[in-house]
Design a protein around this ligand. Structure first.
Ligand SMILES: Nc1ncnc2c1ncn2[C@@H]1O[C@H](COP(=O)(O)OP(=O)(O)OP(=O)(O)O)[C@@H](O)[C@H]1O
Length: 611
């Protein structure tokens, strides 16, 4: 693992924040613009957690920015409250509560529908602020007279009245916001957010309740916006009504895109570019209304040519330089095939040993799945004992994958019953099934492509060791008990120890297939389903993976679907043959090979391979 200097980012940020008010004026930034950059940078941190880290594009941040700001400004101007920090915190909590209820509604949808709901929410808030609530918000006049923040230290009172002291006040809160966000993205919670961004379905299948994680980060982003809204009022001495405008949300999105999403610093840099250019076009070049057009064109150019934004471009260059120095190659097939996983590592994995238990582990009765008029599975009775290795074969379209999807609770059966480990799981969801120890590896790889092999395995292990949802935002990832041991044990088992720090997108296909199996294994399942683990592999990769499967099979209960009969017959103690959605026959590999019904089913297909 790459060693990182502790608190390097934090230390560099402090230096940058100290230098900024002295350096930036020489580049043409006005003191007010510098202060505004910090406010926008802070809203942007929350938005980046939501969009850059979790993949949720929201246009509703103006609703929280405005609400938090108005709450704080109202308390300071219309009530006897004098504490600016108290008002800021109350405004933040209010924005968080509003965010919670809006999140409950908006997060029922994903993708473009989620984004459209947030647009509508921003518009509703704008209307409400201007009309029904104008007595509280001042309507189009906003709330003037927000007092300058004061800090009473007992022996002295600091008043943040001039630009530089206000900068210090804002920079302090920006730094606090950044440190919180850095802790969050380095925590197990933060890694699950990235899993949701990369592959929400797989994150769910690995036992994470993604809906609750999304709601939590939505609330966090709302609180950042609310706090920054409060700061805006304090900075200007006036809470402007345009904080609620949809344009505010749009600017946050654009600034993050310019600076680089998923970087935390991107929004700050994006805000600097955006605000500088808008000042420059309006006041220096006197472009009148045309400044928006020019700024729009600049935005398009920046986003088209810097796909990952300014911070993204810098880190891409850094990564390329690092990659140039590293020469890690995929392991050779011979080397992998020659290696046997260590028994010690299997023990480290702590999988729920099934050898000690006896009897039926999973039983399905009358399992049926209809897609409209098509019966993908009909009336299947099936059971697997503890410690058994069961093979499932059947021609294309026989209903094997659908059967697996029902067993892992990805799709609900039309009728029938599934009992796993003594519990009826027929109507259970995939998250709970995984938490119970029932997982599958997919026919088509379902990995977290932009993350490293280590992070992929960590996501899988976290689902087991932390349960389906945990708000451990401030816990360091490496402090999660057994995480490293489980990750390294699994990597050794699937022969990826030397590739732990490689991005998944850099892996060879065979390595990705092994990682796919590794993800399922890392959840320490008591029943592991492998859907065509050999699919799409070259002959050499098959040799390697069959050896791997044999090693995995020891002491586990497995159900394996594959079209490679030789490999499957070598591995399985018993084989179930599906045809046209029904069980055709069940028996030992020898019985299946010689069964005329099976030969008939495969006639013209892989019959030749079987005899
Ligand atoms: N989501 C779906 N909607 C409609 N039909 C579906 C759906 N999923 C599967 N089917 C249909 O159900 C039948 C069984 O498909 P399934 O993928 O389970 O078969 P399979 O045995 O796994 O096939 P293969 O070996 O080609 O992967 C097929 O006719 C398929 O078209």
């Amino acid at each position: 693992m790459r060693r990182q200097i502790p608190f390097l980012v934090e230390a560099l940020t402090i230096l940058g924040l100290i230098a900024a008010p002295f350096v930036l004026p020489h580049l043409g930034f006005t003191p007010t613009t510098i202060n505004r950059i910090l406010v926008w940078g802070l809203v942007g941190i929350g938005f980046d957690l939501l969009f850059g880290y979790t993949g949720l594009l929201s246009f509703g941040q103006s609703a929280f920015f405005g609400s938090g700001g108005m709450f704080a400004a109202y308390l300071l101007t219309q009530t006897s409250m004098q504490s600016s920090i108290g008002a800021l915190l109350i405004g933040t909590v209010a924005a968080g509560v509003i965010g919670f209820f809006i999140g409950l509604i908006a997060l029922r949808r994903t993708g473009i529908y989620f984004a459209m709901i947030t647009v509508a929410i921003a518009e509703v808030f704008f209307f409400v602020e201007f009309n029904p609530l104008s007595d509280f918000t001042g309507g189009e006049n906003g709330l003037p007279g927000v007092p300058t923040p004061i800090l009473n230290l007992g022996f002295t009172i600091i008043e943040f009245s001039d630009n530089l002291s206000m900068y210090a006040f804002l920079a302090f809160w920006y730094f606090v916001g950044l440190v919180i966000a850095l802790r969050l993205v380095r925590s197990p919670f933060g890694l699950v957010l990235r899993a949701i961004r990369e592959n929400p379905l797989r994150a769910q299948a690995l036992g994470h309740n993604i809906q609750r994680y999304k709601l939590a980060v939505f609330v966090v982003a709302a609180m950042y916006a609310g706090f920054a809204g409060g700061l805006l009022g304090l900075m200007q001495g006036f809470m402007p009504p345009d904080a609620f405008m949809f344009a505010t949300s749009g600017e946050i999105v654009m600034q993050t895109a310019i600076g680089g999403a998923g970087t935390l610093f991107g929004p700050l840099l994006g805000a600097a570019v955006w605000l500088y250019l808008s000042d420059f076009f309006q006041t220096v070049l006197n472009l009148g209304a045309t400044w928006r057009l020019i700024l729009g064109i600049v935005f398009v150019l920046l986003v088209v040519f810097l796909r990952h934004g300014l911070v993204g471009a810098i880190s891409d260059i850094y990564r390329r330089v690092r990659q140039g120095k590293q020469t890690a190659q995929p392991q050779s097939v011979a080397a992998v095939a020659a290696r046997k996983p260590l028994a010690a590592n299997r023990a480290k994995l702590g999988h729920k040993a099934t050898k000690s238990k006896e009897g039926v582990l999973l039983a399905a009765t009358g399992l049926t799945k209809h897609y409209g008029g098509l019966a993908a599975n009909s009336d299947i009775d099936f059971s697997v004992d503890h410690g058994e290795i069961r093979g499932i074969i059947g021609p294309n379209g026989a209903g094997k994958s659908t059967f697996f999807k029902m067993l892992t609770c990805e799709v609900e059966p039309t009728s029938g019953k599934i009992v796993f480990d003594g519990r009826d799981i027929t109507k259970m969801g995939v998250i709970d099934a995984c938490q119970m120890g029932l997982t599958k590896s997919y026919q088509i790889n379902q990995l977290f492509e932009k993350l490293t092999v280590r992070q992929n395995l960590e996501i899988a292990v976290l689902g087991v060791v932390r349960g389906k949802f945990r708000l451990d935002m401030f816990r360091a990832l490496h402090k999660v008990r057994k995480l490293d041991a489980q990750v390294e044990g699994t990597a050794e088992l699937v022969h990826l120890s030397d590739r732990l720090d490689a991005a998944v997108s850099e892996l060879a296909y065979g390595e990705k297939r092994r990682l796919e199996i590794g993800l399922a294994l890392a959840t320490s399942p008591s029943l592991l389903l492998l859907d065509e683990p050999l699919a799409g592999m070259s002959t050499q990769e098959r040799v390697e993976t069959v050896a791997l499967l044999k090693a995995i099979a020891e002491g586990r209960t497995l159900i394996v679907i594959d079209h490679d009969m030789d490999s499957l017959f070598e591995l399985a103690g018993k084989v179930t043959v599906l045809q046209e959605g029904r069980v055709l026959v069940e028996g030992t590999p020898e019985e299946i090979k010689n069964n005329p019904l099976v030969q008939e089913a495969y006639l013209g297909g892989v019959h030749e391979e079987m005899v």
